[in-house]
Write a protein that binds this ligand. Sequence first.
Ligand code: ADP
Length: 489
Amino acid sequence: MILIVDDNQNNIYSLKKLLESKDFPVDTASSGEEALGKALKNDYALIILDVQMPGMDGFEVAETFTGYSKTKDIPIIFLSAVNTEKQFITRGYDSGGMDYVTKPIDPEILLLKVKTFYNLQENNIALKKSQQSLELEVKGRREAQVSMRSEIDHFHLMLEALPQIAFTLDQNGVVTFVNRKWFDYSTLEQKFPETHPDDLDINEEFERCRKKGKALELEIRIKNLNSGEFRYHLLRMSPVHQNEKVKNWVGTFTDIDDQKKVEKEKDEFLSIASHELKTPLTSIKAYMQLLDRKLKNNLESKEGTFVIKALDQIEKLNSLISDLLDVSKIDNGKLRINKKPEDLEKLIHNTIDTIVQTHENINIKIDRHIAKIDHLIPFDAIRIEQVLINFLTNAIKYSPDNHQIIVTTFVDEEEVKVSVTDFGIGIPDFKQDSVFRKFYRVEESSVQFQGMGIGLYICSEIIKQHHGTIGLSSKLEEGSTFYFTLPLN
Ligand code: ADP
């Protein structure tokens, strides 16, 4: 807006008309005092100031404007009829004016000047505004940087306080921070600790996970620099996301060496115990079978039924010991798989028959939903039967009130999937991943149902060795579906 200051209303009127004809917004004041009041209140892009005014003259008004930060940069054009002499013009410029126009006014010249100053001032204002907002942004960023720095320091302090080795990496996998414990196992910040020659390579494993943006969890032996001893650690590296992108990684090495030693001793004990139990049990079984044959002629005798019951219990004991032996084989990497092209459909059929016959006292109903597998698949028939028996006996055991079971097969170009569905007690969501762990039993069911928690562990190892997958879906109190897949080739 332009402010015209003149004590002569006719001058104001004609000037106002002239400027408004060119679409300039105009405000007016008829004295220096009024002009000052308005200029402090409103924003003007230009002031056209008459020099001859009663009270404060134009020069005084202009000098006063220079004293206020709000008004000091507003360009002023002086209008004067009288003071055309050089010294007056000079005073006009000294008092803060930008131009000096003498009356009678040449409207075209005045308009040209007004336009130039008006545009200049508008640009100045815009520049000033953007400078202010830039300054604000810089200030904001500086503050954010300071607060981020203090958050990072706090985070690093917390990592220092951890009993584990802790470290962070950027999104490219470059180490950005390590706590003091790191240096018990590595000489350099950028170098992962040395791992046992038989264990996996941390860099390779991490690179694989980094590409997928997935967390890494690894049991690994790393060398303690003071003792030279390789100690078992659980390495965990997790991505930290920001706006759905991996921003950096945070990792820990937790010392699990003592735990591992106890576990090893337990495994060794189980292995020895199950081996030692197996031999006398085989003899007992043989003697019982002989006795059974002797008594066969007399099926009605009480002794005969006792022997059958004893043989039944011996069979259960036998399978328990076999499971324990399997566990020790897995622990020692000695579980061997003997793959041959086999008829999976026949195996499923025979296994269901065996289950039905061995559970004559329970009224189970096993439905088959079949997808035809019209060629032989390479697998170890004894081991896959073991998996299926485990799924089916679990389905029966953990469904005390409903003995309907559905066995489904599904085939595509790459694999066959076999599922066993029951309508039993189900497994809570957060415990489902753990059921394939060694000796894991779901707390809620472990009191009511007998078991050792190793059947599914063995199943998962068998399927792993077949390069298949194993898993489940389950809903508490509605039932579970356990499945495994086998590659067709
Ligand atoms: P076990 O049955 O001898 O305890 P498993 O390894 O076969 O051992 O199973 C591990 C655990 O998984 C079981 O203790 C049980 O809690 C749970 N589980 C397995 N199958 C089922 C099922 N069909 N329904 C509900 N829970 C199951």
